[in-house]
Design a protein around this ligand. Structure first.
Ligand SMILES: Cc1cc2nc3c(=O)[nH]c(=O)nc-3n(C[C@H](O)[C@H](O)[C@H](O)COP(=O)(O)OP(=O)(O)OC[C@H]3O[C@@H](n4cnc5c(N)ncnc54)[C@H](O)[C@@H]3O)c2cc1C
Length: 297
């Protein structure tokens, strides 16, 4: 029996889709297909799903909004776990408890409505709450780690409650590297006034206009201590470098844009940029993007 049919038979109540196409569900717009995508709507459904994945030895991949993922070219004989049906949002004192699938936009709108500030710097970052927490997404002024108080997750098939310090947040990294699934996150807000929140949102919205347009994963590399990665790449003469349909942006050299290229084009260009920067400057860039890697329970 194929993976989709098996999952459908074992989990008849769960939302599910066959032949999931990574190119349609990632911002970089490339990649192969997966046998199935599953859409749990609650922690209980997620726990049941992980039990079945383990029993049936089916590999899986956790996918949020797909804004920082470089998919694989090859077909994935496994399940993509999606969080788009996990959408609850509630206020607890001056904190917000958001389910993993809540988008950055929905989080910002909710905080604004509740007159809670602190979230404004996340304006325009394509993200889900789960993906943003896993990536410790943000801008220099604020990262998810600055607001996260507690994370409800499923690790090794068991529910766990993690404090921020247990999440080992770092520069675009955390303990959530693909195996442990985030269910919801409690984030600290600050009581604010509507006018200041609105003005701050508009300021951050304005800053986003300078970023390159087109299909990308945002910044590909973490800034090393020596110099912003984009500057380094530019100084190495790599703006405009191209592999098939993938090219280094002429606006911001830390962005790789994809115009009809394949996941292999994008991966080869990222490898090339990293190697050229190392050869010319001696600095080894660390990737911020997450390349597809299947996990097993
Ligand atoms: C145009 C553009 C601009 C961007 N600007 C910024 C920026 O300013 N700052 C910034 O930090 N980033 C930026 N990014 C990158 C991206 O938006 C962030 O990394 C974002 O947080 C990714 O969230 P996501 O939901 O898309 O996660 P995905 O890309 O889907 O996944 C990222 C990682 O998180 C894991 N993951 C996803 N959901 C869960 C979950 N529920 N539980 C556990 N793990 C999970 C995935 O397995 C993967 O390893 C930008 C990207 C683009 C395309």
């Amino acid at each position: 029996m194929g993976i989709f049919a098996l999952l459908r038979a074992r989990l008849p109540a769960l939302g599910m889709e066959r032949e999931f196409d990574f190119s349609r569900h990632t911002t970089i717009g490339c990649g192969g297909r997966a046998a199935a995508a599953v859409f749990p709507a609650s922690k209980e459904e997620l726990l049941t799903l992980f039990r079945v994945l383990k029993q049936e030895k089916i590999p899986y991949f956790l996918l949020g909004a797909g804004a920082n993922v470089l998919p694989a070219e090859e077909r994935f004989d496994g399940a993509v776990v999606r969080f788009s049906r996990m959408q609850s949002l509630r206020r607890e004192k001056s904190s917000v408890v958001a389910a993993a699938g809540v988008t950055g936009g929905a989080l910002l709108r909710f905080a604004e409505k509740e007159l809670l500030s602190g979230f404004e710097p996340f304006t325009g970052i394509p993200t889900t709450v789960g993906g943003g927490t896993a990536m410790n997404a943000g801008v220099p002024a604020r990262h998810f780690a600055d607001l996260v108080e507690e994370v409800e997750a499923v690790a090794e098939g068991e529910p766990v409650l993690l404090k921020a310090k247990d999440c080992a947040f770092g520069e675009k990294e955390s303990i959530f590297t693909g195996k442990t699934a985030i269910v919801s996150v409690r984030m600290r807000g600050t009581e604010g006034d509507p006018e200041t929140i609105r003005r701050t949102l508009a300021e951050y919205r304005g800053k986003r206009k300078e970023l390159p347009h087109g299909r990308s994963m945002g910044c590909v590399f973490v800034n090393p201590p020596e110099c912003p990665a984009g500057k380094l790449i530019e100084c190495c003469g790599l703006k405009g470098a191209r592999f098939g349909g993938a090219s280094v942006s002429n606006v911001h050299a830390n962005f790789i844009l994809n115009e009809g290229g394949t996941a292999s084009d994008v991966a080869a260009l990222a490898d090339f940029v990293k190697e050229e920067v190392r050869r010319k400057t001696g600095i080894l860039l660390r990737e911020e993007i997450r390349r597809f890697r299947a996990e097993h329970t």
